[in-house]
Design a protein around this ligand. Sequence first.
Ligand SMILES: [Zn+2]
Length: 112
Amino acid sequence: MNCRKFQNYINSFLNNELLDRDILKEFIIHALSCKECYDELEIYYTLQVGLELAESDASMSFDFKGEIERMLIEMDYGIKTADRVEWIEKSVRYTANIVVVMTGIMCLIKLL
Ligand SMILES: [Zn+2]
């Protein structure tokens, strides 16, 4: 994903509307590897959260610094975990198929 594409997705990301997992993955990878885009994302995020806090009339102070980075890293980890689970599921299904085929072959051999 390039910087221009990234910037087009910032709003969707902050509104939890970035639902395509591949795009989300590319977005997170770009955010964590491109300093300029990360800074821009952080500015938007700070503005958004700041506005929300102002609207909710909360008087607590909130430290934004690093918050978005934590969020990105957590999401990146979440996606990687999901990918791993998917891979394990695929492997199990694949192994099960092999067992079925092998059992079939064994039965045929016995029958012959
Ligand atoms: Zn960039």
